[in-house]
Write a protein that binds this ligand. Structure first.
Ligand code: NAP
Length: 308
């Protein structure tokens, strides 16, 4: 079996940028881009802060450009999910179900996935009025009253986006202040269709075959109330996509890949590197993920030279 130079697992800004750099270095990388390629930007509307695009850019269009650029330099794509890895011996092994790929180096760039509140009603009504993606599902809620949970940039961005369709968007947040950046906060505060319920958690999403409301608890007073709504959006952050790595790499308690040799992207296993949201608990921006993808590809180049 041929041993590849590099397998990149994951295909957001980090994975594609790693593909561009490793491709230009003649490493002919394989990128296992997943069934849902492109990462979280595929679920975003306007990206206004990616340098080089002063007019802004739709997330999926930006990712299509990244992918095209990686392909141009010889990155080969597999549109499936990596299901398992074996980093216990050399060559490293990456599996797609039963298919085994042997490789000298791996870059993990599987990113992060939506975090859910964890309510039974949330999973039961998912796709029936409960959503984590305003860009994907907002248009289904023309003229509707909506609730969105969260206090970060995602919640503010999604609340603002949802006002294009909804008659009213209520942000329910567990604190009395937002975590979101000032510009996103101000945009939401100024929007007449957005209102806020502070210091409040959601106990239950109401409805049988569709969402009819939410049961809320004020965390300061303990008061229970109900708010009617036809759609319920969750925007409370993300969790790293690392379940398939357990036991193979050092992960922190939240599942993020640990990089013990910072500022390099080397993980706890020789030949395995990580880039993007899968190892970033602080910045989590498209541009920082892309930068880390570049670093990881350069780290791989140097690592491969040491094997000669
Ligand atoms: P985040 O910044 O981690 O914020 C998550 C929010 O959800 C916080 O307000 C948090 O509350 C709340 N939360 C977490 N778990 C909860 C739970 N179980 N129940 C109720 N509320 C819960 O996540 P994010 O908004 O997805 O943003 C992630 C990163 O992407 C950030 O770095 C952000 O700047 C970036 N981002 C940027 C843009 C942009 O610039 N256009 C857009 C989207 C995201 P607490 O505040 O109480 O912790």
């Amino acid at each position: 079996m041929a041993v590849e130079n590099l397998v990149i697992i994951g295909s957001g800004p980090a994975g594609y940028t790693a593909g561009i750099y490793a491709g230009r270095a003649n490493l002919s990388p394989i990128c296992i881009e997943g069934y849902q390629s492109g990462g979280l930007l595929m679920l975003t509307s306007d990206v206004e802060n990616f340098p080089g695009f002063p007019e802004g850019m739709m997330g999926p269009d930006l990712m299509a450009k990244f992918r095209k650029q990686a392909e141009k330099f010889g990155t080969r794509f597999i549109s499936k999910n990596a299901t398992r890895v074996d980093f216990s011996s050399f060559p490293l092994k990456v599996y797609i179900e039963d298919e085994e790929i042997q490789t000298k180096a791996v870059i993990i760039s599987t990113g992060a996935a939506t975090k859910w509140i964890g309510l039974e009603s949330e999973s039961r009504l998912l796709g029936k009025g409960v959503s984590s993606c305003a860009t994907c599902d907002g248009a289904f809620f023309k003229g509707a009253k909506l609730v969105i949970v969260g206090g970060g940039d995602s919640a503010m961005e999604e609340a603002t986006f949802l006002t294009r369709f909804a008659s009213q968007v209520t942000v329910v947040h567990r604190k009395d202040h937002l975590r979101a950046s000032k510009i996103m906060q101000e945009r939401a505060f100024k929007n007449p269709k957005i209102s806020f319920i502070w210091d409040t958690e959601v106990l239950e999403i109401l409805g049988q075959d569709g969402v009819t409301g939410a049961k809320l608890k004020n965390l300061k007073t303990g008061a229970i109330s109900e708010i009617p709504c036809e759609g319920f959006f969750v925007a409370i952050g993300h969790e790293p996509n690392t379940t398939f790595l357990k036991g193979q790499l050092e992960l922190d308690p939240k599942g993020y890949v640990i990089l013990p040799k910072r500022p390099t992207t080397a993980t706890s296993r020789p030949g395995v590197f990580a880039a993007g949201d899968v190892q970033d608990t602080i910045y989590r921006q498209a541009i920082t993920a892309a930068a880390l993808g570049c670093q990881a590809a350069i780290d791989v180049e140097r690592y491969l030279e040491t094997l000669h």
